[in-house]
Design a protein around this ligand. Structure first.
Ligand code: BTN
Length: 273
């Protein structure tokens, strides 16, 4: 992309124009960083208060789950991290990721009318393609069993990068828009994601009041999947999401299992119940 058709640069002032939350948010918007999550983790250790949000227009070392990288080119995505200091127990940490998934879906729906779905546990899909990934990293206080801090990272593909997505993610990756996304829309989406997430975080995140919404957006429910956990591979059909945001799977042998972590692949030629 050359400078002439490069999208205008996003600023904190533009995002703040649309931000409604009363949560004390400190917003920093950068053109390029290594990884918004890596930077916030380091700030968390230096006692930065919660509510600090770093948004970047590109990342040179964006990170995904399971040690993967997250492709973060300039102008076609939104990459942000939120520093949190939750008062609930570490057992509830999964609710940060799952509430954020619902917040992203609500923000997209509000701003575009599109209806994305959630692929358990941290991916947002539109038209069967992954358009957003969420990575929550945290530090646990082993004495109190609480969280010292958590960094919630959200990476949203707004449009397809010039030349397409890299080969290794091409079959899975998709984007929210077919055309490039205006700076105003980027500001609106950023603000809407923060508004929806902080509403959950301030009110009812630890009680899981958002779970019903998460369930209603579940891409996997009723589908045949292949599930990997450590060295094990399971096959089965997803029957639902538990109140703890765990995945409920009916295995091939008829046994019902509840998984709190693991990696899901949708079985080719899946059948929707
Ligand atoms: C995944 O799909 O595995 C999770 C991807 C999370 C990507 C976001 S982009 C903003 C934040 N900074 C990072 O380095 N990663 C997260």
């Amino acid at each position: 992309m050359n400078e002439k058709n490069a999208p205008a640069v996003l600023t904190a002032a533009q995002v703040k124009r649309y931000l409604k939350t009363e949560f004390p948010v400190t917003l920093d918007v950068q053109r390029e960083v290594t990884s918004t999550n890596t930077i916030l983790k380091s700030l968390a250790e230096q006692n930065m208060p919660e509510g600090f949000v770093l948004v970047a227009e590109s990342q040179t070392a964006g990170r995904g789950r399971l040690g993967r990288s997250f492709h973060s080119p300039v102008g076609t995505g939104l990459y942000m991290s939120i520093l949190l200091r939750p008062t609930f127990s570490a057992e509830r940490a999964l609710f940060i990721t799952t509430a954020a998934a619902v917040a992203v879906c609500r923000a997209i729906e509000q701003e575009t009318g599109l209806k994305p779905q959630i692929k358990w546990v941290n991916d947002i899909y539109l038209h069967e393609k992954k358009i957003c990934g969420i990575l929550t990293e945290s530090s646990i206080n082993f004495e109190t069993k609480g969280l010292k801090w958590a960094v919630l990272g959200i990476g949203l593909n707004l449009s397809e990068p010039e030349g397409g997505f890299p080969e290794e993610i091409r079959s899975v990756a998709g984007a929210l828009f077919a055309e490039s996304c205006s700076v105003e829309m980027r500001a609106r989406l950023t603000a809407a994601i923060l508004d929806h997430f902080f509403t959950f975080y301030s009110e009812n995140l630890k009680d899981g009041a958002f779970i019903e919404d998460y369930r209603s957006r579940s891409l996997l429910t009723g589908r045949e999947i292949v599930f990997s956990l450590a060295d094990h591979v399971y096959r089965g059909t997803v029957t639902g999401i538990s109140d703890e945001a765990h995945l409920i799977v009916r295995l091939e042998n008829g046994e019902e299992r509840v998984f709190s972590s693991g990696e899901v692949q949708i079985h080719k030629g899946f059948a929707k119940l």
